[in-house]
Write a protein that binds this ligand. Structure first.
Ligand code: SAH
Length: 219
């Protein structure tokens, strides 16, 4: 094994150990997806040495790839099943979608992205990892994606002033939405569940994300 490969594995295992200790991750399939997918394939060359640093990194178009701990917290909260059909708002680098797709091996991820150059970036990165159950779609995901709805799970990787109405409409019964909600500079991570037509919400802590653009984004 090459020396730097060994280092990468150690850094990954250290993160996994920390997440398990703090109760951030319980889903072993997600842990294995994190082990398998190379974050190096989703970031810019200049940041390669920081691939597993636990903070956000810049990608293209002034956007960021979230820090590993945040991504894992969000995906864990989706309570994924193998067969889930998932909608993502904000494909960015495609990394988040890659992790979800690796857990939902019999399902599919529709990942929307409003910035055109990031659509191409995400597609290219997903190809490097040979992931075939993610479709990256250039659209304003604040409208959801009506033609592929309803969804088992919806995840937003950008901050929303509130959960857009179309996402609620396009969520199946017993479905879950995970999204950072609040003002532009400080959001609470919301885990929303639709149970018998009713909405239940839980908060998972404070975070800061890049803002949702488009119709249901910030003024
Ligand atoms: N999930 C990404 C993180 C991307 S950051 C990853 O793993 O790398 C959030 C992304 O949301 C940005 O790429 C931004 O362009 C995108 N975005 C913002 N508003 C959007 C909208 N209305 N529809 C779709 N994507 C949007």
């Amino acid at each position: 094994m090459q020396k730097n490969q060994g280092n990468t594995m150690n850094i990954k295992e250290e993160l996994i150990e920390k997440w398990k200790k703090e109760g951030i991750v319980k889903d072993e399939r997600l842990v294995n997806a994190f082990r398998k997918i190379k974050r190096e394939n989703f970031i810019l060359k200049d940041n390669l040495s920081r691939a597993y640093s636990d903070y956000p990194l810049p990608i293209l178009g002034g956007q960021t790839i979230s820090q590993p701990t945040t991504i894992i917290t969000m995906i864990e909260a989706l309570e994924l099943k193998e067969t889930d059909k998932v909608l993502e708002i904000g494909a960015g680098s495609g990394y988040n979608a890659a992790l979800i797709a690796s857990v939902c091996t019999k399902g599919i991820v529709y990942s929307t992205e409003i910035v055109e150059e990031l659509v191409a970036f995400a597609k290219k990165n997903l190809k490097k990892e040979k992931i075939t159950n993610v479709e990256v779609i250039h659209t304003d995901g604040s409208f959801g994606l009506r033609e592929k709805s309803p969804f088992d799970k919806i995840i937003s990787t950008c901050a929303c002033p509130e959960i857009p109405e179309p996402w609620l409409d396009q969520l199946k019964s017993n479905g879950i939405i995970v999204a950072p909600v609040g003002p532009v500079h400080a959001q609470e991570m919301i885990q929303l569940r639709k149970i018998k037509g009713k909405i239940e919400m839980k908060t998972l802590g404070n975070f800061m994300f890049v803002p949702l653009k488009g119709r249901y984004g910030y003024e």
